[in-house]
Write a protein that binds this ligand. Structure first.
Ligand SMILES: [Zn+2]
Length: 343
């Protein structure tokens, strides 16, 4: 499998993650990517550098004022008296009609949905590099490579067109899907991260050309809480083009793989000519976030099913946190994918 990777992700090393009111170091650490890279290299996969695309693929998905905010936030925040080293909002416009604020503190609350997406001095450069990794993998698939894996960090699937959240800033999965649209009339996104892909859902919610399907732990008691419920089916032209398959917290391989069958049936029915997999590995039984209990064999079996669709496919790394199984689960997934292709 062709793997796209750059070490530019390491410039983003978030220190803030508030859990039940307690400040901790973020679980989204640079070591995640180096462990995944080492495991992939150890399994003999081929590593390639991303190409430089600048901001154009990002602009195809994200709003101008949000891109501007991400670029200037850390620098301007550092000028505020008594400011912390990372931009963390303390005020949000919440659910009522509101006016876009001029102040940086207000803009932070507007563009950062939660406290799990702190912005430091290296965040923009790392997020842009992560988007370039996804775009490069999508370009490989556009040029005829059957599949490519974007080893993205920071992840992206919780980021909306104008809002960061849950460790995510630029939606790499959405950027890859939009890039594939250049030559594919219909593109499907299958999100297998333990968390609902709420940003991706939000970006494509009113579109019928990109089907979004997500398998995740039930948001009634798990992040992102407000999105990912089964009744969210899309709106306007996109009505019927979003499918959420929430699973009871702690579900193991059998219900996860059954949800995979349901997801793939919907994707076959949609008949896309290309696929993006939002590849979170945090559904693992060993993941510190403990949402689902998927085994290495489960990841392998899911990958094999997905590969049998026979579609040109971009795999985009999303979540998956430090555990002894993190790299092993990636290797299992890639092996399962290659096995499904060979059938
Ligand atoms: Zn996740």
């Amino acid at each position: 499998m062709k793997i796209v990777y750059t070490d530019k992700h390491a410039q983003h090393d978030p220190q803030t993650f508030i859990v039940r009111g307690v400040k901790q170091r973020s679980a989204e650490q640079p070591e995640r990517a180096t462990r995944l890279l080492d495991a992939a290299k150890g399994a003999g996969h081929e590593i390639a550098d991303p190409k430089a695309y600048g901001v154009a693929p990002v602009q195809a998905i994200h709003r101008p004022e949000y891109i501007d905010f991400l670029q200037i936030a850390a620098r301007e925040w550092a000028k505020l008296p008594g400011a912390s080293p990372e931009v963390v909002p303390n005020v949000h416009p919440a659910r009522y009609p509101a006016t876009y604020p001029k102040s940086l503190v207000g803009r932070a609350g507007w563009h950062q949905v939660d406290t799990g997406c702190p912005i430091g001095p290296g965040t923009w450069d790392a997020a842009l590099a992560s988007a370039e990794v996804a775009t490069t993998a999508a370009d490989m698939v556009l040029s005829g490579t059957r599949e490519a894996y974007a080893l993205c960090r920071p992840p992206g699937h919780h980021a909306y067109a104008d809002m960061a959240g849950g460790f995510c800033f630029l939606n790499n999965t959405a950027i890859a899907a939009q890039h594939l649209r250049a030559r594919h009339a219909r593109v499907a996104v299958l999100d297998v991260d333990v968390h609902h892909g709420n940003g991706t859902q939000g970006i494509f919610f009113e579109r019928a050309d990109v089907l979004t399907v997500s398998i995740h732990a039930d948001p009634s008691s798990y992040y992102p809480y407000f999105w990912g419920h089964a009744h969210e089916a899309g709106a306007g032209a996109g009505d019927g083009f979003n499918l959420n398959l929430p699973l009871a917290l702690g579900s193991a391989d059998p219900p996860w793989l059954e949800a995979g069958d349901n997801a793939l049936a919907r994707i076959r029915d949609f008949a896309p000519s290309a696929l993006v997999v939002a590849l979170g590995l945090d559904a693992s039984e060993s993941d510190p976030l403990q949402g689902l209990k998927v085994t290495g064999a489960g990841f392998r079996a899911m990958a094999e099913k997905i590969a049998r669709l026979g579609l040109p496919t971009v795999l985009v790394q999303e979540g998956g946190y430090l555990s002894d199984d993190l790299g092993r689960n990636l290797v299992q997934f890639l092996a399962g994918f290659e096995k499904g292709r060979s059938k």
